[in-house]
Design a protein around this ligand. Structure first.
Ligand SMILES: NC(=O)c1ccc[n+]([C@@H]2O[C@H](COP(=O)([O-])OP(=O)(O)OC[C@H]3O[C@@H](n4cnc5c(N)ncnc54)[C@H](O)[C@@H]3O)[C@@H](O)[C@H]2O)c1
Length: 353
């Protein structure tokens, strides 16, 4: 046998042995599992979805007009700084196997003042993304809907299940519900799609200065700066807060699923009062902030909690973070950001893990 043939044979044995032994540790080349078009990928949730996709071996093309999101990730395959309302720009996007659609105008309050903006971005823009997905024959599309579609369910209807009728109270809720309808209709054109109804999402990179932000980032920001934290009402109002890392996992899990159009709640199934939230944040930060109570806001939902069982049964998704664990991570991020701004190392946190 010629010498080089023996060497090639030996090399193949070594490669096979290494891949067998090291199988559990093998890292996929970026994009090995497929290419994903991620609209809104520079946003709060989108930045965590980008990380989850890269971690699982997908390549990511971010499509974002940078209107509110600025979380660039160097490891994304491409960043297309365009608008979903622009069909011509979407046509320039290269081949992708999957679409995750998060780009949207996201403020309930703003939607009451500027309903046309919500029709344009969230309904017409979503239609463009759906049409693109159908025309390109993508394997699957997952899009962000919202718990806002349930409105203000009565106590007897809690925890909220997906079978609740539409109860939206704003043009934002209406735009998300109509987007779901467009996705369902695209099933007839061969699109395999899932809409996820997120409850109150929180976590690192949620901008506390944004007028659209959630209560947790406002409390953390004020607590971190020793400012008074004001709760609207007596603090007994409850919400189902879900950590952004869990939301990213739910999105990618739904993308890897297959099946006809369906909707799923993304939540924890646990109720947290605003009072508990503010006290936990204060303790975690070791903050001297005073907690005060202002008047209840008219129309504020008193109790909200969601039933997560459909996503558990059909997608195999369960939120892994308790609110205390998620808050600890988020508080650590706030402390680190503050220290970075001052040029100092982040001080140690008290942990409730
Ligand atoms: N954060 C929550 O608690 C929550 C709850 C329910 C649903 N959602 C939904 O999740 C999605 C992501 O929300 P988020 O909190 O990360 O918001 P975000 O504002 O941080 O992210 C939205 C991203 O979309 C981009 N974008 C907006 N309009 C666009 C357009 N016309 N073309 C291209 N890009 C556009 C923005 O620049 C931003 O990067 C949204 O669809 C939102 O409605 C969020």
């Amino acid at each position: 046998m010629p010498l080089h043939t023996t060497r090639v044979g030996l090399l193949m044995v070594i490669v096979a042995a290494v891949s067998l032994l090291g199988g559990a540790y093998r890292q996929l080349a970026p994009g090995a599992k497929g290419a994903v078009l991620l609209t809104g990928g520079l946003g709060f949730i989108g930045s965590h979805v980008t990380e989850e996709l890269l971690r699982r071996g997908y390549s990511v093309t971010i499509y974002d007009n940078e209107s509110t999101g600025h979380n660039h990730n160097r490891r994304a395959r491409e960043m297309v700084p365009m608008d979903i309302r622009c069909v011509n720009e979407l046509e320039k996007v290269g081949k992708c196997d999957y679409v995750i659609h998060l780009a949207a105008a996201i403020s309930v309050a703003e939607s009451m003042k500027l309903p046309a903006k919500y029709t344009d971005n969230n309904i017409h823009g979503s239609q463009n993304v759906i049409d693109w997905a159908v025309a390109r024959g993508v394997t699957r599309m997952v899009a962000a809907s919202s718990a806002a579609v349930y409105g203000n369910p009565k106590g007897k209807d809690l925890p909220i299940q997906e079978t609740q009728p539409y109860g939206g109270l704003s043009p934002y809720a209406d735009s998300k519900y109509k987007m779901e309808g467009l996705m369902r209709a695209a099933g007839a054109k061969g699109l395999d799609a899932t809409a996820l109804r997120f409850f109150n999402v929180y976590g690192p990179r949620q901008d506390p200065k944004s007028e659209y932000t959630g209560v947790i980032s406002v409390f953390l920001d004020r607590g971190n700066n020793g400012q008074e934290v004001t709760i609207n009402g007596d603090g007994s109002n409850t919400r189902d807060f879900v950590y952004v890392g869990d939301v990213a996992r739910a999105i990618v899990t739904a993308m890897e699923f297959s099946g006809a159009f369906d909707v799923f709640n993304v939540c924890t199934g646990r109720e947290t009062t605003l009072e508990h939230l503010s006290l936990t944040i204060k303790a975690l930060l070791g903050s001297s902030s005073k907690i005060s109570h202002g008047p209840a806001r008219p129309g504020d939902i008193a109790k909200s909690v969601c039933d997560p069982s459909k996503a558990k049964e059909k997608l195999g998704f369960t939120a892994g973070f308790t609110v205390e664990q998620g808050l600890a991570r988020t508080a650590a991020w706030f402390r680190a950001e503050k220290a970075k701004a001052k040029g100092a190392p982040a001080p140690a946190l008290k942990s409730t893990d």
